[in-house]
Design a binder for this molecule. Structure first.
Ligand code: GLU
Ligand code: ZN
Length: 495
């Protein structure tokens, strides 16, 4: 049995709203919560905050789940797995919120506010002009029964407002240390709309309380709502909603994008789908995202997800803003591609070797030829989608014609070199080493080093100036096709 002093088992939550495409900030939050839960042998609750019917969509919901699965996350409670606090979609919990709002009203922790939007704006403006704090001024805090009756008779609608306690709210942020918010800066706030729809401000803490969440790890953009939520948790505990716990909070640092501006959801760089479509490995992307506010050690940027889980704790999270660095993300992903065993690499390439990614006719694909070159490609890719351009010369009937590459490689004299190379290649034993000797010898006849001599051959055969090691490529392509392509290039040069 747990002793009274032993801490409650860790229960964290990931609770996105299904609006739009998942973005990297969301993934970082999911990752830190997941790693924290796994590190502590705790529970990850996945909750869908879909109470905003105007912005939430079923398609986004499906995409969220699909993204979480692709990233390799698992959750202990939530959609598709269920759990003791089901349902985990807030849109299916509306009765609960209505009931809690009633209880808060009854206990005096909330009240009806009849102010119209115009009245509120007018008073806010006046407060601003007078240099006073411009939050809600508490006008409806203590309305008399007569006043309320009069408002109702007028047909005014009302929202439900939470009554903030009078004193300051202090808490110890797990990332930033002790923080204090004074009442002037945290005024009474709406929790239920005039039409009865509960707001995020209510449903999020209510579910945290009911689901007995012990730690809230989320982005710094939500820090200003934390004192309000803490006051609400305390009120919920008082009226017996949930387990009476106020979770500990840790706010993850901002992620900065281009020009030192906060990375926004609208930034193309922040779209998870983009990374997926380019062929990031989930483990590469997660490795990179873990570095946005955390590090395994000063001298190790590349690690497995298991290593991260073993080492991850919230006290290692840094409060300073993190900079999103696409180049670094790519470099780390490239390392993860190299770390795959060849079989796994070949498998991971699968989708990029088929339509719609692959430009060749499916029947031209030759798995054995691909497997021969795969180990050479593996060390060169940044993202998996790069594989297509690296091997398309093998499976296209004609090589790609990249005009810039052609101009660069086919300088005057290229035709003579190509003709010599063709003659020597035709005589050579068809294996990488003798093929290299052949081109080297052709180069010598024309006073060219190997690098210069092989460029026209490469462009003739693959269409590009860069690619996999040339002679291995020729070996796999075969004598007949290699020579035919050189002939075609010679004809083009002669034309
Ligand atoms: N649904 C909220 C959001 O996506 C959750 C915020 C929180 O973690 O408390 O911003
Ligand atoms: Zn009011």
């Amino acid at each position: 049995m747990a002793s009274a002093s032993s801490p409650a088992p860790v229960r964290v939550r990931f609770c996105p709203s299904p609006t739009g495409n998942p973005h990297v900030g969301l993934v970082r939050t999911a990752l830190f919560n997941w790693a924290f839960a796994r590190h502590h042998g705790g529970t990850l609750v996945f909750r869908i905050e879909d109470t905003d019917a105007a912005r939430d969509s079923e398609q986004s919901y499906e995409q969220l789940l699909d993204s979480m699965r692709w990233l390799g996350f698992d959750w202990d409670e939530g959609p598709e797995v269920g759990g003791p606090h089901a349902p985990y979609r807030q849109s299916q919990r509306m009765d609960i919120y209505a009931d809690v709002a009633d209880k808060l009203l009854e206990a005096g922790h909330a009240y009806r506010c009849y102010c119209t939007a115009e009245e509120l704006e007018e008073r806010r403006e006046a407060a601003r002009k007078a240099g006073r704090p411009s939050g809600y001024d508490g006008q409806c805090r203590d309305l008399t029964a007569e006043r309320i009756a009069a408002y109702e008779a007028e047909g005014r609608s009302s929202i439900v407002r939470f009554r903030m306690p009078d004193g300051p709210i202090t808490f110890t942020d797990l990332v930033r240390g002790e923080l204090t918010f004074t009442p002037e800066n945290v005024t009474d706030y709406g929790i239920v709309r005039a039409n009865g729809a509960p707001l995020y401000t209510l449903v999020n803490p209510v579910d945290d309380a009911l689901m007995e969440i012990t730690h809230v790890l989320r982005g710094e953009d939500l820090l200003s709502s934390t004192p309000r939520q803490i006051a609400l948790y305390r009120a919920l505990a008082e009226i017996g909603v949930g387990g009476g716990l106020v979770p500990a909070f840790g706010h993850l640092p901002y992620v900065m994008g281009e020009g030192n501006k906060k990375l926004s959801k609208r930034d193309p760089q922040s779209s998870l789908n983009l990374y997926r479509e380019r062929g990031f490995l989930p483990e590469g992307l997660l490795n990179y995202l873990s570095l946005l506010g955390w590090s395994l050690s000063a001298d190790q940027d590349v690690f497995s997800i298991e290593e991260m889980v073993a080492a991850f704790d919230i006290d290692g999270v840094n409060a300073n803003p993190a900079r999103f660095d696409l180049k670094k993300a790519e470099a780390i992903n490239a390392d993860h591609i190299r770390m795959l065993d060849v079989k796994a690499f070949i498998e991971a390439c699968g989708p990029w070797l088929q339509a719609p990614h692959a430009p060749w006719a499916p029947e031209r694909f030759d798995a054995a030829a691909f497997e021969e070159l795969a180990p050479l490609a593996q060390t060169r890719l940044t993202v998996l989608s790069d594989i297509t351009a690296n091997v398309d010369f093998l499976f296209l009937a004609e090589p790609v014609t990249d005009e810039a590459s052609w101009v660069k490689a086919m300088k005057p004299g290229a035709d003579a070199l190509l003709a010599t190379a063709r003659a020597k290649l035709a005589e050579a034993e068809w294996a990488a080493e003798p093929l290299k000797e052949a081109v080297l010898a052709a180069g010598e006849e024309h006073g060219l080093k190997l690098g210069k001599a092989q460029a026209p051959v490469r462009v003739a055969v693959t269409g590009r100036t860069v690619g996999l090691p040339l002679f291995e490529s020729l070996e796999v392509l075969g004598r007949e096709r290699t020579l035919a392509r050189i002939d075609a290039a010679l004809a083009k040069l002669a034309a």
